[in-house]
Design a protein around this ligand. Structure first.
Ligand SMILES: *Cc1c(COP(=O)(O)O)cnc(C)c1O
Length: 435
């Protein structure tokens, strides 16, 4: 698999380089030079094969020139250790539950796959690889769990002290083993700056092998395309067209769906639901892309004012605005609407949805009303378990909800973090001498 930079199509690299680098030298994002088409046979028979078999077939087509089949099989088996069930709400409306992984959010799919791929590509290096991750909460814990107990790799998480939720902090600080949590006296931006400085520091990079598990790494997108195929495989009536609604922030999840369609999955339309951080729906309305500072909402994993995968979407459709509009519909909703939707879904379907999934539901509903499309299969991606947002969910629907065991377990463990000042030299010394 060759990949080019969104800033220069001639700038091609292999998959291994793209994974290790994260972003292209020219600052662009990596895009697959070609996406293989799956056979109609494969699509027609999706209903009779497992999630792992689907993932293996697709990744073999994508990566076989760089990773031998048997290794690829192991990588899939070690990373897809949890399900993505399709739950029917009514006759043709479904929820695709993507929260059955260790940190209860869809990011577990990408993080775990990427960890296994990275560990495969670095297995012959004698020195330990150190992954630096600045996190405002969720990404860090998905990455940490993805790399947990992976030999030859250490993860250093930097999170802003007092600025992540109690639950998030527990998920970040209770793993130990090859995961170290640094609690930084500062903001998320300070954490990000420390990581950036570390990558630029010559001295540090001479003695250590530093890497990032950046959210724009292509290895995190690829496995996310698998579950679109798997969702389709679980539909009862595959003759009707399918529409996916994706609660979106950085638009990685949506981009993975667009990849799935390019690879032959018959999708009628994608819907991108956003909260009031509405740069993308505004773009579809006006043709103008105007990044904004992000605004805080109750669907906080989608509080993004400058979606990082936008350039990939532009590139995929050759910057053709009309084609983008034909493939993607988008709408934004505020917190009150989100809460109303959570109540409505609970009352109508007796289903507890989290604030992010509720936005996917709202966007789907608006689309169906506008298009009078009652015939299609409607799949709403539920990106996090409601217990991750237990306070807001319980308060909104007025019912106590059950905490999954894996979350309870983290809550009962002791927090272990190392407190550091917002000072690069202190951080550098820690990496050189204390890690
Ligand atoms: C990260 C996240 C999103 C947004 O996904 P993108 O790929 O950034 O669009 C939505 N919901 C939850 C729960 C998330 O953690």
């Amino acid at each position: 698999m060759k990949l080019y930079s969104t800033k220069n199509k001639k700038n091609e690299v292999g998959f291994k380089d793209a994974i290790l680098k994260g972003t292209a030298n020219d600052g662009g994002l990596f895009m697959p030079s070609t996406l293989p088409k799956l056979s109609t046979d494969f699509i027609d028979n999706l209903g009779s094969i497992s999630f792992n078999e689907i993932a293996f077939t697709i990744s073999k087509l994508l990566l076989n020139d760089e990773i031998p089949s048997d290794e690829l099989k192991n990588i899939i088996e070690d990373s897809l250790t949890f399900d993505a069930p399709l739950i029917g709400l009514d006759l043709n409306t479904y929820i695709l539950e993507l929260f059955h992984g260790p940190t209860l959010a869809f990011k577990d799919f990408g993080a775990k796959f990427m960890a296994k791929i990275l560990s495969y590509f670095t297995k012959d290096i004698n020195q330990e690889i150190i992954i630096l991750v600045a996190t405002s909460g969720d990404t860090g814990s998905a990455v940490a769990h993805g790399f947990y107990h992976t030999g030859g790799i250490k993860v250093v998480l930097l999170y802003p002290s007092n600025m992540v939720s109690f639950l998030q902090e527990k998920q970040l600080t209770t793993l130990n083993d090859n995961i170290t949590a640094l609690e930084v006296d500062g903001t998320f931006d300070d954490c990000q700056k420390l990581v950036k400085l570390a990558f630029l520091d010559e001295n540090l990079n001479k003695s250590l092998i530093l890497s990032s598990a950046n959210s724009i790494n292509i290895a995190r997108l690829i496995p996310q395309s698998f579950y679109y195929f798997y969702a389709y495989s679980q539909l009862e009536n595959k003759k009707h067209p399918v529409i996916f609604s994706v609660p979106s922030g950085n638009f990685g999840n949506l981009t993975a769906g667009l990849f799935a369609k390019e690879m032959g999955l018959p999708v009628k339309r994608f819907i991108a639901g956003t909260n009031i951080n509405d740069v993308f729906p505004k773009y579809l309305d006006t043709g103008k892309f105007n990044p904004q500072p992000s605004v805080k909402t109750i669907s906080n994993a989608m509080d993004v004012g400058n979606p990082s995968n936008f350039d990939r979407i532009l590139d995929l459709y050759n910057h053709e605005y009309e084609v983008i509009k034909k493939n993607i519909y988008s709408a934004s909703f505020n917190d009150d609407q989100t809460k109303e939707a959570m109540k409505e879904i609970f009352k109508t379907y007796n289903y507890v949805i989290d604030p992010h999934g509720a936005i996917g539901y709202l966007a789907m509903k608006k689309y169906i009303e506008e298009q009078h499309d009652t015939n299609s299969n409607k799949v709403i991606l539920e990106t996090a378990h409601p217990a991750k947002f237990i306070n807001i969910v319980e308060k909104t629907i007025g019912v106590k909800i059950e905490m999954p065991e894996r979350l309870k377990a983290a809550l009962n463990k002791e927090k272990k973090s190392i407190r550091i000042c917002n000072d690069f030299n202190e951080f550098k010394n820690f990496l050189l001498t204390d890690l």
